[in-house]
Design a protein around this ligand. Sequence first.
Ligand code: FEO
Length: 391
Amino acid sequence: MQPIQIVPDIYDVGVQDWAVRDFHGYKTERGATYNSYLIMDEKITLVDTVKAPFAEELLRNIGQVVEPEKIDYIIINHVEPDHSGAMPALAKACPNAKFIITMAGKNEAIQHYGDIFNFEVVKDGASLSIGKRNLVFAMMTMLHWPDNMATYCPEEKLLFSNDAFGEHYATSKRFDDEVDRAELFYEARKYFANILWPYARLVGKALTKVGGLDIAMIAPSHGVVWRTYIQEIVDCYAKWGQGVSDGSLVIAYDSMWGGTEKMARAIAQGAQKAGVVVKVFKLSQTPNSTIAAEIFTASGFLVGSPTLNCGMMPSMGALLTYLKGLCPTGKKCAAFGTFGWAGGAQKDMEEMLGKFCSEMLPGHNCKWTPQEPNLQAAEQFGYDFAKSLQA
Ligand code: FEO
């Protein structure tokens, strides 16, 4: 991609990763971008870098604006390799550059790449003059790593927010008002659910810092630049940070011979009769990260598995392990399924749910393949569970 000026003399020189579909387990159906911003001021400054395989492309993009060796400062808002992977290449290509970073970030970067950088450590509220502009650093600790910070340029009213306000969303257009709004906000929600949910309680504190700033543009390190829907995305973060329960129900199941699938469909029918919006996902067909994005806004979720070799299906184990990591608080949950003789899936699922679900209700089971009375009982189970979400 050509460097794009987001405001005069500030360029997005980052890259589109059109091909990526798996971001450490997060399925990125629309790809991803690793944004990097070049500020052409008296001190030439780069804000964030890109994933290692794209280092050459980053340097080529920078080279269309300025020779990389003229860069004075490289701001490292976050050391996760999708943003820091090009640091070693930049250390070679920009021999005079100082890497501006938090203390936690410095320690992490040395452990990732070796002690090869000219670091300047900054603290919360520190500022750096780069000529006509200043950069002010705001710690965003544990959103979502210990090192996270954001960088604010008061002269441009521009916040370089790194992971916050990002989406995994590869687009050739670079601004929020140039892409499909529903797609954009879906990807922003999915990103929050899969990356920031475990730390959601810290979002309010971060927004207090952001709320004190005069912001005309938010330039994250993933996805598009916000210039039109700033208030909307900040409002979403405020809401998502507090936890969302929209009344809906998610049913996630897997099936061996169709019995648990029949149960899931009957349960969904019961929930529909109760007037609840229900979304049903078969694990063999749906990525865990997509299901997590729906559970994130739902009021409750049900998980269903037949018994396989005295336990739940491995696909259900994977979903529940993924969810446990996201700490999905504030949801009602229960397990259901089918079994042949000894059972075991129900126990496995409830043991896992017990580790993270705030309110687990009694589950529902059926021996072998559900027949009409079993389906009616499953429908009633779905109806009752859905009613409990309305209570
Ligand atoms: Fe986009 Fe936490 O890295």
